[in-house]
Design a protein around this ligand. Structure first.
Ligand SMILES: C[S@@+](CC[C@H](N)C(=O)[O-])C[C@H]1O[C@@H](n2cnc3c(N)ncnc32)[C@H](O)[C@@H]1O
Length: 262
């Protein structure tokens, strides 16, 4: 099963011990480790303006992983962020990294399925990054997100799409063998999200930006410090396969900004 790693928290502690000069409280210091999507912190920065945060707005991060995007949004905007994720070890690691970053007052994480989530009130904004690839019934899933958003709330997404039928090299970051992968063309994904109760204000192919990011990020080889593949089963192969499919156009990355309509 994908996302089945255990003791991620311990692995992070070991990596931090091996790199004592790193202070987990410093902005950006763990970007190579805790941003579980292509494009790193730069991708999150591309989503934040669409959230149009104001006043006491709170943000829901669906499929929050190790919590890098949630902490970045809190740091940049000082708004409260709640992450929810299905993987127990990931939620534990996200909580621990958030405590190390001194952000526990602004950011918290829930373990579980969005369908069973019972927040005390609805959110004014949400993000989801690189999660829907594991979801077969995308309209129902985005509908569960809509259920937790106030009327007029904003949703920003950063998503992997497959523009045309093509064989993918497994493992990928979201799937070890393809049995839990449901990657669809960008037009079909846009329709699924809109059918769930959203209208789009932006739907943009970010593949060129992503290819430039890959070239710049890996120009000198893999990052020297703690890095995401060190936490994942078969991590380096997954990252290399993904980068190859994005570079040759087999996969694309699309950024979307939506408003809840219903
Ligand atoms: C590729 S990671 C992305 C993590 C995070 N969004 C980020 O960009 O750093 C995908 C995450 O989605 C979670 N996930 C997969 N399916 C999910 C679902 N149906 N509901 C909530 N989380 C899910 C996984 O446990 C994993 O942490």
């Amino acid at each position: 099963m994908t996302y089945d790693e255990t003791a991620v928290d311990k692995a992070i502690d070991r990596l931090l011990t091996e790199h004592p000069h790193l202070d987990a409280a410093d902005d950006g210091v763990l970007d190579d480790l805790d941003q579980f999507h292509i494009g790193g912190a730069g991708a999150v920065d591309r989503l934040i303006p669409a959230l149009a945060l104001a006043g006491g707005d709170r943000v829901l991060d669906v499929g929050s992983g190790f919590g890098g995007p949630a902490r970045q949004i809190a740091r940049r905007t000082a708004h409260h962020v709640v992450g929810i994720d299905l993987a127990p070890a990931y939620v534990e690691a996200a909580r621990s990294l958030t405590a190390k970053a001194g952000l526990s007052d602004l950011v918290r994480f829930e373990l579980g399925d969005i369908a069973a989530f019972r927040p005390d009130r609805r959110f004014e904004a949400a993000i989801t990054m690189h999660v829907q690839m594991n979801v077969e019934d995308k309209t129902t899933w985005f509908g569960r997100i809509a259920d937790h958003l106030a009327p007029g709330a904003r949703l920003a997404v950063w998503e992997v799409c497959r523009p045309r039928p093509a064989r993918l090299p497994w493992p990928m970051p979201w799937s070890l063998d393809g049995t839990d992968s449901f990657v669809i063309p960008p037009g079909a994904l846009l329709t699924a999200i809109e059918d769930a109760g959203f209208s789009h204000t932006e739907w943009t192919d970010e593949s060129l930006w992503v290819r430039d990011w890959i070239a710049a990020t890996f120009a000198g080889g893999p990052p020297a410090g703690p890095a995401l593949p060190m936490l994942l089963e078969d991590g380096y192969t997954r990252v290399i396969n993904f980068a190859t499919a994005l570079t040759d156009g087999t996969l694309e990355v699309w950024r979307g900004s939506f408003t809840k309509t219903t």
